[in-house]
Ligand binder design. Structure first.
Ligand SMILES: Nc1ncnc2c1ncn2[C@@H]1O[C@H](COP(=O)(O)OP(=O)(O)O)[C@@H](O)[C@H]1O
Ligand SMILES: [Mg+2]
Length: 271
């Protein structure tokens, strides 16, 4: 069964992977004082965390990670093509079924509004400090580029949480105060790809975040309606390929050295 949903909005038609809406309506509380709206979606079996764990334990983990990354970025591209911004992108808001990644939680979704983007106004930061862009934390209008930065942070959080120095602040604190939020924002400002123990793909993802950040200022169209999603996907896929080649090379080298050790011990025995 193809579970992609063909979504139409004004004159746009886009295939986007979201769970099927089964039913919706409203029910009244017993005292009839309130009515509660509900939405029932089809059930999706795996969280993104469980899926990622499964990929890590598979025979080709690097290829799996590359495919997941591509799906996450494509999902954003499709939502944005429809004219919407998600504004709460984080690993919890994706689910997986049959190796396909679905976007969920449309509670913060809004239509992109160019006038709002251009307005000098402070907006209430939507989303979550773990993956919010530094712009959203600073009260800028949340747009396509911010969704994409949050997607890239989500990928880093899954594959290389040590590359994000604010992870512990987010996990340990139940409620973040202004000082800790400012500290997280400063760490995002200072994030660089020059960290010693980062994977190649994490370095490239960090560079793509920095590139996007510079575009918001220098070329705003490329941070909003004209983001080059494919260039980002290609850059990240290439980094996974480099990681794969290095992994293959290292395993070849170690199997060669095991073989030469075997030969050596054989010769020693013969002598
Ligand atoms: N279609 C679905 N299938 C399975 N689990 C889901 C589905 N939609 C939501 N969930 C689970 O419920 C959690 C909360 O749902 P979500 O729509 O993100 O609402 P919110 O985060 O606003 O409470 C998700 O993180 C996910 O674990
Ligand atoms: Mg949610």
């Amino acid at each position: 069964m193809d579970r992609h949903m063909l979504l139409k909005w004004s004159d746009q038609e886009v295939w986007l992977k979201v769970p099927k809406l089964i039913d919706h309506g409203s029910v009244q509380t017993e005292d009839k004082a309130h009515s509660i709206q509900y939405l029932i979606y089809e059930y999706l079996g795996q969280s993104l965390y469980e899926y990622f764990e499964q990929l890590l334990n598979s025979t080709n983990a690097i290829q799996g990670k590359a495919r997941m990354t591509e799906q996450l970025i494509q999902t954003m591209s499709q939502l944005h093509q429809l004219g919407f911004i998600h504004r709460d992108v984080k690993p919890d808001n994706f689910m997986v079924q049959d190796n396909e990644v679905y976007l969920i939680d449309f509670g913060c979704v809004t239509e992109f509004n160019l006038e709002n983007f251009e307005k000098e106004k402070t907006w209430y930061p939507v989303g979550t400090p773990l993956t919010q862009s530094k712009f959203v934390m600073n009260g800028f209008y949340s747009c396509q580029g911010d969704d994409l930065i949050s997607t890239l942070y989500s990928i880093l959080f899954l594959q290389d949480p040590d590359s994000l120095s604010w992870v512990n602040d987010c996990i340990n604190a139940k409620q973040l105060n202004i000082a800790s939020l400012n500290k997280i924002r400063d760490q995002k400002e200072k994030l660089t790809a020059n960290q010693k123990y980062c994977d190649e793909s994490s370095k490239v993802i960090i560079n793509q975040i920095k590139l996007l950040e510079s575009l918001r200022v220098e070329d705003p169209d490329k941070f909003t309606k004209d983001i080059n999603y494919n260039a980002i996907i290609e850059a990240v896929k290439l980094s996974y390929k480099i990681e794969q080649d290095a992994f293959d090379y290292n395993s070849r080298q170690s199997s060669l050295s095991i073989r030469s050790l075997d030969n050596l011990s054989l010769r020693l025995k013969q002598n």
